[in-house]
Ligand binder design. Structure first.
Ligand code: SF4
Length: 824
């Protein structure tokens, strides 16, 4: 293993370099480049449809994809789709599992947080955390039971008047999986006989719920046998004889009580659940948490619905090694039923609002997906701006509440004051109360006065509402780059083995990887692919020159609702243009910042023009106009790019004096005149192309991780095999990651002119040069920045994922618009 934890794992590279036919080290597509915008602006095919100006309408592939989606996914019933923006439309009427029984553990989540319940039950999002892993470990043993439980038919018969035909026990009698009570051998005379049944699954159609119970204790009450000399149990057998087990297996003779139909009316069952944590400390004794009450109480109700007698349940808290009992009272029962009814309403959408500054979010494994504080902040900011600008129907500002919040009425009456529904919006937080400014300025699309582009927090809430960082600043997993031709990747027990000429040169735990990037002729075994797919570690494939071929990954695309919104909005010209403006605006702004920070002498006219161009991008009336703005800005920027290359005095010397050993190296230097590609013909362009290719890969992975279809974009035209959304997301990150990496490599002499090879017209990095380049790229991706909006530290890789999640929230209407990442 490579001890350097901050750098990618890189076995020693070979020397061979293959230049692919399609051009070396090129990104799959660059929507606009310097050379295009200057040289062939009039002849190159613009991305938007010539007639409509809508990128989404331009390609038959796109239409075909939409047709397939329309066939496979029921169309949302939402009418006036565009009017729903800002109200959290995803999931609404779009095939939410409203008829599926709700598992008891999901109702546990519902009591914790309705939004968490929605994510997990409706959208199928699940993220592991230390807590969930601990819980899973605890359940490993209890989940090994067969789930058998003695039938409750006689009890059911006894309870006939309540039309029990509607429910049937789902566990039949068998002696498998039934365990006598520990210490049962020493049970005293007259003490009840107890059987433990593990992993019992049962449901109630009437309630619309199911439960998997860790353990059910089946107790038979002790009675005196008045006819014999021996003390007898209810089963009619002497104490210690497990007649109950025989009865369950259908092997026992009927007893007097059985013959009178009385046996099972006297059977008492008690669900026992295992929890990793500790109980809540009550005034007089330890208590169950509300979430546990919900889950355990529901298990008891399900047992009752199936004909069993159940008057209490037990939770075993592992942390304190304590059993805490819960009595099934009428109040508890009605509280549970109210929550079940409310959960069924929540299932129909929209997604409930995030909790307000809740400590629950700190422990929530879905916090990095939910982004509670960030979502609230952006929703408030935009709502406040809209309100200040006069508002418009259909926006959160005019609705007067957070998306989805108005529908989340608190439950009542609460169970003895212990229900904790999602906190309603504090009136002090209402958009009207937060509206800043006078609204007198002319406003851009983003609702800000022209020239003011960064959303700001409402001043009154600046302090107490600052978003908390509820996620790790950077990943604890690392990418694995392999670029030595002839390597073979195998797998043994989740450990990847990298072999060179039959010898293991590297071993990496698959769980420690964020993704695997394979360059050129590298073989990977089926076992390794399966293992990586199972762990949701994507494998990306590149040509030796850096061409991004594609991805293999597991079943990751679960969030169908997001993709429905993505496909729907990709057809709306107005929404595409609104998003495209933000992408281009972000790119130009960050280009300007990079020049200001790194240029030897920042050229004032260019800086000023780029500022104007970034504002023009926000006001572009059509995609065509936006393309023109972007092209002109790119041209300005690349004209000044060479001013940021500071190679030092050594490069001023002739190549021979700089130690060039090969005649072909004499041609290499870091002079940059303009952007060229397919193939790149000089070292700077070769590195730029490779950096864009890396970034395309990471943006595509981020889009996939969030649940997008990376091939449907809003600015970039759909084209076969082109990750258009990845390219959209990439715009604002080009200067921040790709171009910054190239400049660092050159200016810090990490890559020198000796690290390049020429093949025909194409110039490429040699294998050792590429290895150092990957290291610099990963260093950049994992370097920490203070997020300009949220004010906490995150890596660029995390920031990229955040942007993808904000885009998802903009599409589903949780926030009104996408906000690009703009560095200060
Ligand atoms: S982060 Fe907070 S608001 Fe979001 S799902 Fe978790 S508990 Fe709920």
């Amino acid at each position: 293993m490579n001890p350097d934890s901050s750098l990618p794992q890189l076995p020693e590279s070979g020397q061979g370099v293959r230049v692919p036919g399609r051009g070396a080290a090129n990104p799959p597509a660059e929507p606009r480049t310097f050379s295009q915008s200057l040289g062939d602006a009039g002849t190159s095919r613009p991305r938007p449809d010539e007639a409509t100006g809508n990128p989404a309408h331009a390609d038959p592939v796109f239409e075909q994809a939409l047709e397939i989606l329309r066939r496979e996914i029921p169309a949302p019933a939402a009418q006036g789709a565009s009017e729903d923006v800002g109200k959290g439309t995803a999931g609404r009427d779009a095939g939410a599992p409203r008829d599926e029984p709700i598992p008891a553990r999901m109702l546990n989540e519902f009591v914790y947080c309705r939004r968490l319940f929605y994510y997990e039950f409706v959208e199928g999002v699940f993220v592991e955390s230390a807590d969930t892993l601990r819980g899973a470990a605890i359940h490993q043993r209890v989940d090994t039971g067969s789930g058998a439980l003695p039938a409750a038919k006689r009890r059911a018969e006894a309870a006939k008047p309540k039309a029990e035909g509607e429910t049937t026990p789902s566990a039949g009698p068998t002696d498998k999986g039934l365990l006598p009570l520990p210490g049962g051998e020493g049970r005293g005379e007259g003490e009840p006989e107890t059987i433990h049944s593990r992993s019992v699954q049962m449901g109630s159609e009437r309630l619309g719920v199911v439960a998997k119970m860790d353990l059910v204790e089946v107790r038979a009450e002790a009675v005196k046998d008045t006819s014999g000399a021996h003390p007898r149990t209810l089963s009619g057998l002497p104490s210690g004889v497990t007649r109950l087990r025989l009865a369950m297996a259908g092997q026992a003779r009927p007893t007097l009580r059985e013959e009178t139909g009385d046996l099972f009316t006297a059977l008492e069952v008690c669900p026992v659940d295992y929890k990793a944590g500790a109980p809540r400390e009550g005034q007089e004794a330890n208590e169950l948490w509300d979430t546990d009450k919900m889950q355990l109480g529901l298990q008891a109700l399900i047992l009752r619905e199936n004909g069993y007698t159940c008057s209490e349940g037990i939770i075993y808290y592992r942390a304190t090694k304590q059993r805490v009992r819960l009595s099934i009272t009428p109040e508890l029962q009605s509280w549970i039923l109210e929550n079940v009814a409310e959960a069924k309403r929540v299932v129909t959408g929209p997604i409930p609002a995030p909790l307000v500054n809740s400590p629950k979010c700190v422990r929530c494994s879905l916090a990095p997906v939910c982004l509670p504080d960030e979502t609230r902040m952006l929703a408030r900011t935009v709502a406040g701006r809209t309100s200040a600008a006069g508002g418009s129907p259909g926006t959160p500002a005019s609705a007067g509440s957070f998306p989805g919040e108005s529908a989340a009425a608190p439950l009542g009456p609460p169970l003895v004051g212990r229900v904790t529904p999602c906190a309603p919006l504090d009136p002090a937080e209402s958009p009207a109360a937060l509206a800043p400014g006078t609204g007198a300025h002319p406003r851009t699309l983003s609702g800000l006065p022209s020239g003011v582009t960064r959303p700001t927090r409402p001043p009154a809430l600046e302090e107490e509402q600052a978003p908390r960082r509820l996620m790790a600043a950077r990943d604890d997993t690392r990418p694995l780059y392999l670029n030595t031709p002839g390597l073979r990747v195998g797998c043994s027990e989740e450990v990847l083995q990298i072999k060179d000429k039959g010898k293991v040169v590297e071993e990496v735990r698959a769980r420690d990887l964020s993704h695997v990037a394979l360059f050129g002729n590298i073989q990977i075994s089926t076992q390794a692919v399966q293992s990586l797919c199972e762990l949701e570690v994507p494998i990306t494939y590149f040509s030796m020159g850096g061409w991004f071929y594609g991805i293999t990954r597991g079943h990751g695309l679960k969030n169908v609702f997001l993709r429905i919104e993505q496909f729907r909005l990709a057809r709306e010209e107005g929404r595409c243009l609104a998003l495209a403006r933000q992408f281009v605006h972000g790119k130009i702004r960050n280009h300007r910042t990079l020049l200001m920070r790194n240029h030897l002498e920042p050229p004032e006219p260019t800086i000023l023009k780029l500022k104007r161009a970034s504002e023009d991008a926000l006001e572009a009336a059509s995609a065509q106009e936006l393309l023109g703005v972007e092209g002109a800005a790119a041209s300005l920027y690349f004209q000044q790019f060479s001013g940021m290359i500071k190679t030092g005095d050594d490069l001023a010397l002739p190549a021979e004096q700089r130690g060039a050993t090969d005649a072909s190296q004499l041609a290499f230097n870091f002079n940059f005149a303009n952007r060229n590609r397919r193939p790149p013909t000089d070292p700077v362009n070769a590195m730029l192309s490779l950096a864009y290719s890396m970034l395309t890969k990471d943006c595509t992975l981020a889009a996939l991780a969030v649940g997008f279809d990376p091939y449907i974009g809003f600015y970039h035209q759909p084209r076969f095999g082109r990750p258009a959304l990845g390219l959209d997301l990439m715009e604002e990150f080009r200067p921040l990651v790709a171009e910054s990496t190239v400049l660092s490599c050159i200016n810090n002499r990490v890559v020198t002119e000796k690290d390049f090879v020429r093949a025909g017209q194409a110039v490429n990095l040699s294998a050792p040069g590429r290895k150092r380049f990957f290291q610099m790229y990963e260093q950049r991706m994992s370097s920490l920045i203070t997020h300009p909006l949220f004010d906490y530290k995150v890596s660029y890789r995390r920031a990229l994922e955040l942007q993808a999640r904000l885009l998802a929230k903009a599409l589903t209407g949780e926030i009104a618009e996408y906000v690009p990442l703009l560095t200060r």
